[in-house]
Ligand binder design. Structure first.
Ligand code: PAY
Ligand code: ZN
Length: 311
């Protein structure tokens, strides 16, 4: 493609294309989108997030969304791009989105695990982890969703670097984890909602994964999550389950969602997008559009509730 007008949001894009897309989108919408450097990956590629923000004098709250913490979950970066596109195409006409943009800033990181994403395009489609070297070069990759400082490596994670859920050498040992943690930590007074997008399984997961204990606003998280799942289902009939990770999926420590809740961000969710296992990580491109459409409904529903709570 040459210009943004012909960018296909119903196709998967290489990292090179996503970098270009970020440049183009921040050039086209200079008044609302800015691109910011977040940090470097292990293989020294720059990580950028998009800030979507309308100038305003009233104090705003912020929303964080990251996609692609796991390399093989290609539908996740596709959704982050879809989400940005929807906000930008609609903030002038759509009442709901314009109300959000007047009162909320959005931080969107389209691909968190850039090194892994590239590796899954070039070498191993089912690669999950980052690409950091361990044990004198005998194994590669940390599971970045086990590397956050939330009961690090206590359960559902491995200290063996050969494993898919290798937790790294310490809490936030990986540069990608550090970059996200320090930014979110620096903004935690403003961030009211933390959304991290994965696939697959069709779940809306809430804290915690590292314990069966409930977070202090558990009931509210369930209600808001269930309402989002209903909105999602209303679009194309897709069924999602809602609950804490430890209750409805499995136990895991060091996830970004648990970490975000622990530093005080009230609404913290992991989305596991389509499908239910038929195609798994290799979701056909024909499903990108319906998946993004329904997920958009769920996210907007969560934003409605977050908004209602603060305004
Ligand atoms: O507690 O949030 C949690 C765990 C969520 C995901 C994880 O990091 O393990 C769940 C898996 C994922 O998206 O990475 C699910 C997929 C199907 C997998 O690789 O097992
Ligand atoms: Zn994942």
């Amino acid at each position: 493609w040459r210009s943004l007008e012909t960018y296909s949001y119903d196709k998967y894009h290489s990292m090179e294309e996503i970098y270009q897309w970020m440049n183009q989108i921040s050039e086209k919408y200079t008044d609302v989108v800015t691109q910011h450097f977040l940090g470097m990956t292990y293989e020294t590629r720059p990580m950028y997030y998009l800030k979507i923000s309308q100038p305003s004098s009233n104090p705003k709250k912020s929303i964080w969304m990251d996609c692609g913490i796991h390399a093989r979950e290609w539908i996740a970066p596709a959704f982050c791009q879809w989400f940005v596109k929807e906000l930008l195409q609609n903030y002038k006409n759509d009442l709901r989105i314009s109300r959000f943009l007047r009162n909320l800033d959005f931080y969107v990181l389209p691909v968190l695990n850039i090194d892994g994403y590239i590796y899954s395009w070039t070498t191993d489609r089912l690669w999950r982890k980052s690409r950091s070297l361990h044990d004198n070069g005998t194994c590669f990759g940390t599971d970045l969703n086990r590397n956050f400082n939330a009961s690090w490596c206590s359960i559902g994670a491995s200290k063996n670097c050969q494993d898919l859920t290798f937790c790294g050498t310490g809490p936030a040992s990986e540069p990608e984890t550090k970059a996200v943690s320090s930014f979110v930590e620096s903004q935690k007074e403003n961030i009211v909602c933390f959304l991290t997008i994965h696939s697959y399984g069709q779940y809306i997961l809430l804290p915690y994964g590292y314990t069966k204990n409930k977070s202090s606003n558990h009931e509210e998280l369930i209600q808001v999550g269930q309402k989002a799942a209903n909105a999602l289902k209303a679009k194309h009939g897709t069924n999602y389950r809602v609950g804490s990770s430890a209750d409805i999926l499995y136990s895991s420590s060091g996830s970004s969602r648990d970490w975000a809740r622990d530093i005080g961000i009230p609404f913290s969710y992991t989305f596991e997008l389509r499908d239910n296992g038929t195609y798994g990580f290799v979701l056909p491109e024909a499903q990108i559009q319906p998946t993004c459409e329904e997920t958009m409904e769920a996210v907007l529903s969560i934003l409605d509730d977050v908004y209602a709570k603060y305004w």
